[in-house]
Ligand binder design. Structure first.
Ligand code: APR
Ligand code: ZN
Length: 352
């Protein structure tokens, strides 16, 4: 939990409400620490405090409120954008844009010392237990490694969906991925599965080279002033068909734009700040004929695609081990936030 902007996250006792109608109590088995949680701590996403962190988790249903379908004992992955299935976007087939989804922090009845708490993205999953609407829980097959299953709920669905649903990368297309955290590495895994090539991974940290190559990159480049030249050298002088921005900053959105060929597509996966403005030349927008669009939660329907990814995990066609830097106990989570801020490792996953 974090008490205020830039406060150090701390492990605290929280009182959970009993599950009401349509709600479930879920015992968390594993929860990943995502950059969006860090953006909650440092205020980039301007949440309301005090705030229970965490939104990428797998667990098991331990109590089912009235009118729910999922049975006690069902293994689930949490979904931070549960679809109402009734609004204009849901009826349009775009449940990831569901109008019912609230802001970065919502109040869900948790308290600490009598103080009402907010929970990250409606979940607050960096905790031993959560009480969530049933729509925020997706049933998955039993027996998945919890630290890999947890990642299906944010990084992997986001990354795989950006490649498959938003950009629709085709075999043989060239790809660049900027920012190699849990999200960028998931994009690499999906790009390789889609048969893309070359797959050029870009980061400011040299330490990401090995992780990138393990996840499916054909090349690793440091983000420096030679970057555009190096990417063009690998794409017959054109630039890539698809660039994925997985940092969430105007500077890297512009870098992604410059790496993309005329007529290519930039997919913004990173979640940036409200006041970080992106500037592009009007003439360049016209002349380059590029597409610039964002991918929210992988343009995915988690109720359909999380179980699909979970089946791939259980039959071995999806291997998320390169994504997991370490399984840590809850009391090491505050230190893992510092590691994430320094760009160390891929995903740190708290296991219970
Ligand atoms: N150029 C290239 N890489 C960069 C730059 C830069 N200017 N700045 C940071 N990076 C790299 C970091 O070194 C790190 O490897 O971006 C990576 C970000 O990784 P994580 O912090 O693990 O972030 P992740 O959880 O993958 O999320 C990425 O997606 O969901 C959003 O809010 C999330 O905006 C964030 C983004
Ligand atoms: Zn996330």
């Amino acid at each position: 939990m974090v008490r205020g902007r830039d406060a150090t996250p701390a492990v605290e006792e929280v009182r959970l409400p009993a599950p009401g109608p349509g709600e479930l109590r879920v015992r968390i088995r594993a929860a990943g620490i995502c950059h969006s949680d860090l953006s909650m701590v440092n205020g980039t996403l301007a949440p309301t405090y005090p705030l229970v962190l965490g939104h990428e988790a797998a667990g098991v249903v331990t109590e089912a409120g009235p009118g729910t379908r999922l049975a006690v004992g069902t293994e689930v992955v949490l979904n931070w954008a549960p679809a109402c299935r009734a609004c204009w976007w849901c009826r349009q087939g775009e449940p990831w844009l569901c109008a019912a989804n609230a802001g970065p922090a919502v109040a869900r009845g948790e308290t600490a010392d009598g103080t009402p708490l907010h929970v990250t993205l409606g979940l607050g999953a960096l905790a031993e237990e959560v009480v969530v609407p049933e729509r925020a829980a997706v049933g998955v097959p039993d027996g998945l490694p919890p630290e890999q299953a947890a990642l299906l709920g944010c990084a992997v669905l986001t990354g795989a969906g950006a490649v498959r649903n938003t950009a629709r990368v085709a075999p043989g297309e060239s790809v660049a991925v900027i920012g190699l955290g849990g999200v960028g590495l998931s994009v690499l895994i999906a790009a390789r599965a889609a048969g893309a090539g070359p797959i050029i991974a870009v980061d400011v940290a040299e330490a990401k080279r090995e992780l990138a190559l393990a996840a499916g990159a054909t090349d690793f480049l440091l983000s420096d002033d030679q970057l555009s030249k190096e990417v063009r050298a690998r794409t017959e002088g054109r630039g890539v068909d698809h660039a994925f921005e997985c940092v969430g900053r105007s500077a890297t959105i512009r870098a992604a734009w410059r790496l993309t060929r005329r007529g290519g597509a930039v997919t913004v996966v990173g979640m940036g700040a409200r006041d970080d403005m992106v500037s592009l030349a009007a003439l360049d927008i016209f002349h380059s004929a590029r597409t610039l669009r964002s991918s929210v939660y992988g343009s995915a329907d988690p109720d359909r695609e999380v179980p699909e990814l979970a089946r791939a995990l259980s039959d071995g066609t999806l291997d998320l081990r390169p994504l997991v830097s370490g399984r840590i106990p809850l009391d090491e989570a505050p230190a893992a936030f510092d590691r994430l801020a320094r760009g160390e490792g891929a995903r740190w996953v708290v296991t219970f």
